[in-house]
Design a protein around this ligand. Structure first.
Ligand code: TYM
Length: 334
């Protein structure tokens, strides 16, 4: 895709750590595909972000290629979107350094994700983990992004990106577009199947999370074991019945129906019936079609390599204009 002038710009990204899970799909990638006609879209595979947690190099390389294939399998058309790998364009790291000089320690210390990841990886609380949101801010601001489609857990990072853009603009004039988060009403916070009070995450235990490459049997098994509550009535109450509410939300989203319709459909039914129906909807509407396309696309190594190379160049063409302006503004000899 070449950037079209009168369209607004969208940027979003995902870390190449393992395979995407159902929350990544419903909260992010599914929406990305729906935006590709209306906007100039850049969808990045954020490998620089991934190394804030220790990665096995061979696995990271493999996961990066797999995520590219997965983006396409999930409906992103490589002719309509700039799909590329973050480390293939050094502009991300350059702008991140500059913006780090306009971001306060206090702001970064307040980030929930930093606190959570520091607890989880307490033997490796590196500075990359701390400055992670600055790099994310650079990703977004580098392309004059208007909208950032993400799940609810990224809300705080988006606020920071806006604050940094406004701060920089207040000093140097109108350099950056101030981005807005685009958080869909449905699917923005898919919960863990075993601990439905917290979000689904691929770094949690196996049964809590549906990977997009899980077998249909595994998906059905995980939903059958999903934690619910000691009542019997199926109704939506995210606070008091987080497990059942999560299942209803997944069902509605996977069937593209409203939550109200999903709730009506299960009136008078039992939890077992709900779990089976959700599992079948996820398998039939999401897992099977995505896996079929993934198996095709991931076998075409040259095709994927070409996409990576060409699109990184396209991203660089767009990013270099803003980066040059930023460098001039701060006083570098360009
Ligand atoms: P990451 O890789 O953790 O997640 C990718 C996307 O999936 C969404 N998501 C969820 N949505 C609903 N329910 C869930 N349980 C769930 N889990 C994850 C995330 O909100 C995200 O949209 N820092 C980002 C990647 C990033 C980025 C960017 C995003 C780097 N630079 C610039 C936007 C713009 C991240 O770690 O996403």
């Amino acid at each position: 895709m070449d950037a079209v002038k009168d369209k607004k710009t969208i940027f979003s990204g995902m870390q190449p750590t393992g395979y995407p899970q159902l929350g990544n799909y419903l909260g992010a990638i599914k929406n990305w595909g729906q935006l590709q006609d209306e906007y100039n879209c850049l969808y990045c595979i954020v490998d620089l972000h991934a190394i804030t947690v220790r990665q096995n190099p061979a696995d990271l390389r493999k996961a990066t290629r797999n995520l590219l294939a997965m983006y396409i399998a999930c409906g992103l058309d490589p002719d309509k979107n700039i799909i590329y790998v973050q480390s293939h364009y050094a502009g991300h790291a350059e702008l991140s350094w500059i913006l780090g000089c306009y971001t306060y320690m206090g702001e970064l210390g307040r980030m929930t994700q930093f606190k959570e990841k520091s607890e989880k990886h307490d033997a490796n609380i590196n500075t990359g983990l701390f400055t992670y949101p600055v790099l994310q801010t650079a990703d977004i601001l580098l392309f004059g992004t208007h909208l950032v489609p993400v799940g609810d857990d990224q809300r705080q990072h988006l606020e920071l990106a806006r604050d940094v853009a406004i701060r920089f603009n207040n000093i140097y004039g109108d350099v950056f577009t101030v981005p807005d988060a685009y958080i869909a009403k449905s699917g923005a916070r898919i919960k863990s199947l075993t601990h439905p009070e917290r979000k689904m995450s691929k770094s949690d235990e196996e049964n809590s999370c549906i990977s997009l490459l899980d077998s249909p049997e595994a998906v059905m098994r995980k939903f059958k074991r999903a934690v619910t509550d000691s009542e019997t009535e199926i109704r939506y109450d995210a606070e008091n019945k987080p497990g059942v509410s999560n299942l209803l939300e997944i069902y509605a989203n996977c069937c593209d129906i409203t939550l109200a319709d999903a709730i009506a459909e299960f009136g008078g039914k039992n939890y077992g019936q709900l779990k089976t129906a959700v599992g079948e909807a996820v398998v039939g509407n999401i897992i099977q079609p995505i896996q079929a396309r993934f198996n095709q696309v991931s076998a075409e190594a040259d095709y994927l390599d070409n996409i990576m190379k060409n699109n990184a160049e396209k991203a660089a063409m767009i990013g270099q204009k803003i980066l040059k302006k930023v460098k001039k503004k701060v006083g570098f000899v360009v």
